[in-house]
Design a protein around this ligand. Sequence first.
Ligand code: 5RP
Length: 223
Amino acid sequence: MTQDELKQAVARAAIEYVPAGEIIGVGTGSTANFFIDELGKIKGRVKGAVASSEATAARLKSHGIPVLDLNEVESMSVYIDGADEINPQGDMIKGGGAALTREKIVASVADRFVCIADGSKLVDVLGAFPLPVEVIPMAQAAVARKLKTFGGEPRLRVKDGKPVITDNGCMIIDLVGLKIAKPAELEAQINNIPGVVTVGLFAQRGADIALLGTAEGVKKLSF
Ligand code: 5RP
């Protein structure tokens, strides 16, 4: 199976976690896109969705799924999203698609985080995937110097020769070359640097369930 077929398989499996008549939170990225396409097939089941990015909002709307402002939503039973890495404890690195801040916000309002990913995302130790950190533009250089003290190499994320700008008007620094032994501690330390909006470590609020696509089928991990 290709990586896309594995992502499609977990996207289909995640439909089981969509509660009838409720509002759900929806993540960002290629796996989340497959999930949105599956959700489109049963769109009458949900009342609506809160999107974690402008791209996700546009895709939900293209399927006729109502998109709600988070300020109008008090609670959600489930948030469904992909990950760049997930460890056996359910801690994740996210933000490969630069949507980490809104993803973390929407996830924080949901009772359960269902992570959907192809099996290659499961790792023993987080950090082979560069750790995204969203920063206020004026603080970019200062934050990069502080991030160096954690042992990795900070790199400003650039696309087509220009810094990537997030939906929040901020920049992304990717911290390359970490081996993250204590994800929740590192999450707190990086979040505490002035100028950091969000670090893409999801450990203080990790996944509750992971659906991982493998050649042998979809494997479910509960945390
Ligand atoms: C976006 C994310 C994505 O969930 C993560 O990058 C995984 O993406 P994909 O499903 O395309 O592999 O955190 O900010």
